[in-house]
Every structure is written in structure tokens, then in C-alpha cells.
Design a protein around this ligand. Sequence first.
Ligand SMILES: O=P(O)(O)OC[C@H]1O[C@H](OP(=O)(O)OP(=O)(O)O)[C@H](O)[C@@H]1O
Ligand code: HPA
Length: 169
Amino acid sequence: MKRVVFDAGAIATRVQELGADITAAYPDGDLLVLGLLKGSFIFLSDLVRHVNRPLQVDFLVASSYGDAMESSGVVRLLYDPETELEGKHILLVEDIVDSGRTLNRLVELLRERNPRSLEICALLHKHIAHELRHPTRFVGFDAPHEFLVGYGLDHAENFRHLPYVASLQ
Ligand SMILES: O=P(O)(O)OC[C@H]1O[C@H](OP(=O)(O)OP(=O)(O)O)[C@H](O)[C@@H]1O
Ligand code: HPA
């Protein structure tokens, strides 16, 4: 059974606020918004429409969950952006921070490319990742410690299309 945790209206309001926060944080623009696929595809497309600065968009594809509800611990990078990252303000956009393993690995990889700055924006944060090596500067919602689906998040590739976030517990 599914229980709605964040409905479409609450998400739209929060995404608009995050867009305003990001707009204020980058007065000069010149931002590269890097979406982590697949989970961020809906969040990113809504978010960038509320960022009122010059920006570019690219994507990374990583996967660690497969069809499971627990991270395999091995974060695989399936697509690496072709955009030059050196000297850019990078905003990495994630749907959810759970164990934090994905972010730890990606921050490591992205830092090697010498960006001018690197910040993270996540729609949802479970706040259970104790070993996170990089703080999440922009967080949409503190999330319950339950497996969530919808608005881009999947279970075994299902439910990504739901306009709300729901719990499977
Ligand atoms: O903090 P963590 O425990 O690492 O979990 C968060 C990551 O897990 C999910 O990705 P997944 O590997 O399921 O790929 P997906 O984005 O294609 O769904 C989610 O989209 C995050 O990227
Ligand atoms: O709660 C979750 N739901 C979907 N994908 C995820 N990846 C990490 N945590 C989650």
C-alpha cells in the first residue's frame, strides 16, 4: 500500500522556494546544474524553471539500488557528462539522500574535475547518513525513514511518474 507523504501542491511550493534560494545564492549565475539520473529528472525540470539566473543543464547517471530497497554500496557511474566542469559553479541535483553513499562517491569524482564551487540540492533528505563528507546546502524536505516513491523516485523502476511522494511502508 502507498501513503502520500508530500502531495503535489506541497512539492510545487517547496520547489519554488528552493528556486528562489538558488537564485539568491548565485548572483552572477554561470551555473551548471548537474542532475543525477534517473531519480532527479522531474525535480530538476521543475526546479530549473524557478532559477532566475543564466545556467546550463547536464546529467550524470549513477546507480546503486538496482531493484532493491537497500543500497548495494557500489555506486556505478553509467554516464559521465561531456560538459567541461573545471572552473564552473556546479549544483548537483539529487532526488533523495538516504545512506549518503551516492553523494560521497559523486562528490569525490566531481572534485577531481576542479569545479569553482560544488553544492548539492536534494528534494528529500533522510538525515541518516552519518558519514556524509559534503553537506547538502539546499534541502526540500526532511524525509521519514521509509522507502519513498514518486516524483522521480522508483521501486524497481515503477512509480517514478507519480506527481506526489509516497511511502511504501
Ligand atoms: O544516499 P543513497 O543511499 O546512496 O541513495 C540515494 C540514491 O539512490 C537512488 O538512486 P538509484 O541508485 O536507485 O538510481 P536511480 O536514480 O536511477 O533510481 C536515488 O535516486 C539517489 O541517487
Ligand atoms: O527511499 C527511497 N526511495 C527510492 N529510491 C531510493 N534510493 C535511496 N532511498 C530511496
